[in-house]
Design a protein around this ligand. Structure first.
Ligand SMILES: Cc1cc2nc3c(=O)[nH]c(=O)nc-3n(C[C@H](O)[C@H](O)[C@H](O)COP(=O)(O)O)c2cc1C
Length: 269
């Protein structure tokens, strides 16, 4: 660890601020503010264009995981057919739909075989997804160790198994938001050039959600200031959720006249 890195800032707290440019109006170019000008000035340095078919696979991985950020992390608990428990983080993760309630996770293949998580979910059809908060990120991170098949990551992490109500794999008690999932569909992904299997995409049907009461605001939403969820950036970097800001989503019916007036004569440059 580099000596010049400051310690973790534990007094940092999530807050809502105004958006970056509260005066922005329909059709306004970003170069109309000094910050926008500075942003676009960087473009004068030109572009690196990557042909994915020709790029080295590891470099492509590094570039994609640093550009597609921040990513939520699914902390997945699963069980093998013979009953070996498994716990591992996956940041190629997202919500797919709320109706039905589906989530996706993608497991790239290990060196010789499917990762245990993918093999377990294919075999036993259920898992839990637990969201990681700052207080237990080290315990969660350690479960990404490439432990041999048959070794459970639970004791290494010292995290607590909490019995699920619907599926066999436990949920993580330290997580303030957990989902009990049944396998909805698994999709095998192959390299189109070689035909070799590379990745398994898992769609999970969320059957039960467990959310800690103390995380909820008065509207029943999870409050980011209390939740302190951890995201994944590039390389081995994690992110915290810092300032948030709210922007209303414009409704055409209400805004049409203002929008049309604002962009009149501006054209589609
Ligand atoms: C924060 C984080 C996110 C990760 N995301 C993924 C991912 O989305 N897909 C993947 O295949 N591996 C991912 N990994 C690596 C797996 O966690 C790692 O390969 C783990 O050993 C897999 O465990 P398993 O073989 O027990 O399933 C990630 C690792 C970390 C630390």
């Amino acid at each position: 660890m580099a000596a010049d890195i400051p310690p973790f800032n534990s007094s940092f707290a999530y807050q809502n601020t105004l958006p970056p440019n509260p005066q922005w109006t329909y059709g306004q170019k970003i170069t109309e503010t000094p910050e926008g000008m500075a942003w676009m000035k960087g473009e004068e340095e030109g572009w690196k264009v990557v042909d994915t078919a020709k790029e080295d696979k590891f470099k492509l991985y590094q570039l994609m995981i640093s550009g597609i950020v921040p990513r939520p992390i699914a902390f997945v608990s699963s069980i093998s057919e013979s009953g070996v428990e498994n716990l591992a983080p996956f940041s190629w993760f997202n919500m797919v739909s709320h109706n039905p309630p589906l989530v996706s996770i993608c497991c790239s293949d290990g060196p010789q075989r499917l990762k245990d998580t993918a093999a377990n979910i294919k075999a036993t059809k259920s898992f839990t997804v637990n969201i990681i908060s700052e207080p237990f990120i080290e315990s969660a991170n350690v479960t990404s160790v490439d432990a041999p098949e048959g070794v459970s990551e639970w004791p290494i992490s010292a995290l607590t198994k909490e019995k699920s109500i619907h599926v066999k794999p436990a949920r993580v008690k330290e997580s303030a938001f957990s989902m009990e999932c049944e396998l909805f569909q698994s999709i095998d992904i192959a390299d189109p050039a070689s035909g070799a299997h590379t990745t398994t995409m898992i769609l999970g049907h969320v059957k039960y959600i467990h959310v800690r009461n103390d995380m909820l605001d008065e509207r029943g939403n999870v409050d980011p200031a209390k939740f302190r969820p951890v995201g994944r950036m590039g390389d081995i970097t994690y992110s915290r959720v810092g300032d948030g800001f709210r922007l209303t989503r414009p409704a055409w019916a209400k805004e049409q006249e203002t929008i049309e007036k604002a962009i009149e004569g501006r054209g589609d440059e």
